[in-house]
Design a protein around this ligand. Structure first.
Ligand SMILES: [Zn+2]
Length: 253
C-alpha cells in the first residue's frame, strides 16, 4: 500500500497517485477543462491589507478526474481547498515567477479506496471499511471510528463473544477484552487488532486530534490484518489439500 499520494495535494497537470476506485488498476488524472477554482469571500476581503499576497489567500475548487485505464475510464468528482504557491522557473534567460495551484481534497465521489480490500473479506466488514474510505479526507476521526466498528465485526466473524450474561442481564464486552478473548491461533494478530483499536478509540474522543496520517497508519495495519485473517485462513485448507494429495492418503500434522 502506497500511502504517499494520500498525504499530498494534487495538481491539474500530470497523473495523480490516486488509484481508480472502479478498476483499482488505472491511476487518475484531472480531466481537461473541468477545474473550477475561486477565492472565498473571506479571502477577497483581505485584498486591501498591504500584507496580502495571492499565496496567502483561501480558495475552493471542484473538478473531475478520469481513470487512464482505457477499458475503464471511470470519472470521479472532487472538491476541496485550493492553495496557490509561487513557482520560479530558472530554465529561462531570466527567472520567471508564476503561481501554481494545488488541491487538497476533502471529498471524492465515488470515494477512493486507499487500499485494496481482499475479496475474501466478509461483506459487513468490507462495508465498514468503505464507510471509512468515504470519510477519510473530510473527517479522519469518523474514518477511524468506522475502522473500529470493522474490527468489532471481524471479532464477531471469528466467533469472539460480544455479550456477557450476568444476573439475568446482557452486558456488552469491551473491544479491548474481546481482543483478549481471541483463540490462541490468532495470538500473533493481537498486536494488529490493538493498534487499530487505539487509533479507533482516539477517533471516538473529540478532545483528541486525529490526522489523515494517523488513519493511514491504521489502514496499513488493517490491510495486513485482513490478509492474515481472511486470506491465510483460506490458504490453510488449500495447503492441507495439497499435502493430502501429495501423500495420497491421511497425513499426521
Ligand atoms: Zn479505472
Amino acid at each position: 500500500m502506497d500511502t504517499e499520494p494520500y498525504k499530498l495535494p494534487f495538481q491539474e497537470s500530470g497523473l495523480t497517485g490516486f488509484l481508480c476506485p472502479r478498476c483499482e488498476k488505472g491511476r487518475l488524472r484531472v480531466k481537461k477543462d473541468t477545474v473550477h477554482c475561486e477565492e472565498t469571500q473571506k479571502s477577497r476581503t483581505q485584498h486591501a491589507n498591504p500584507q496580502f499576497e495571492p499565496d496567502s489567500g483561501e480558495y475552493v475548487y471542484c473538478c473531475l478526474l478520469e481513470c487512464i485505464n482505457e477499458v475503464c475510464e471511470e470519472v470521479v468528482a472532487s472538491t476541496g481547498i485550493g492553495v496557490l504557491s509561487l513557482d520560479v522557473d530558472f530554465q529561462a534567460d531570466s527567472p520567471r515567477e508564476s503561481y501554481v495551484t494545488s488541491f487538497w481534497p476533502q471529498y471524492f465521489s465515488p470515494w477512493l479506496k486507499v487500499f485494496r480490500v481482499p475479496e475474501e473479506t466478509p461483506l459487513d466488514v468490507a462495508s465498514e471499511i468503505d464507510r471509512s474510505f468515504a470519510l477519510f479526507f473530510a473527517d479522519p476521526p469518523s474514518a477511524a471510528n468506522h475502522l473500529r466498528i470493522a474490527l468489532e465485526r471481524i471479532l464477531t466473524c471469528l466467533k469472539v463473544r460480544r455479550y456477557n450474561n450476568s444476573k439475568g442481564k446482557r452486558h456488552i464486552v469491551r473491544l479491548h477484552d474481546r481482543i483478549g478473548l481471541l483463540p490462541p491461533r490468532y495470538e500473533k494478530e493481537k498486536d494488529l487488532f490493538l493498534a487499530i483499536k487505539w487509533i479507533g478509540n482516539a477517533g471516538s474522543h473529540s478532545e483528541e486530534k486525529l490526522s489523515c496520517d494517523d488513519v493511514l497508519h491504521a489502514y496499513t495495519v488493517m490491510e495486513l490484518l485482513l490478509a492474515e485473517i481472511f486470506i491465510s485462513r483460506h490458504a490453510r485448507p488449500r495447503s492441507l489439500a495439497k499435502s493430502i494429495n501429495k501423500y495420497k492418503g491421511p497425513i499426521r500434522i
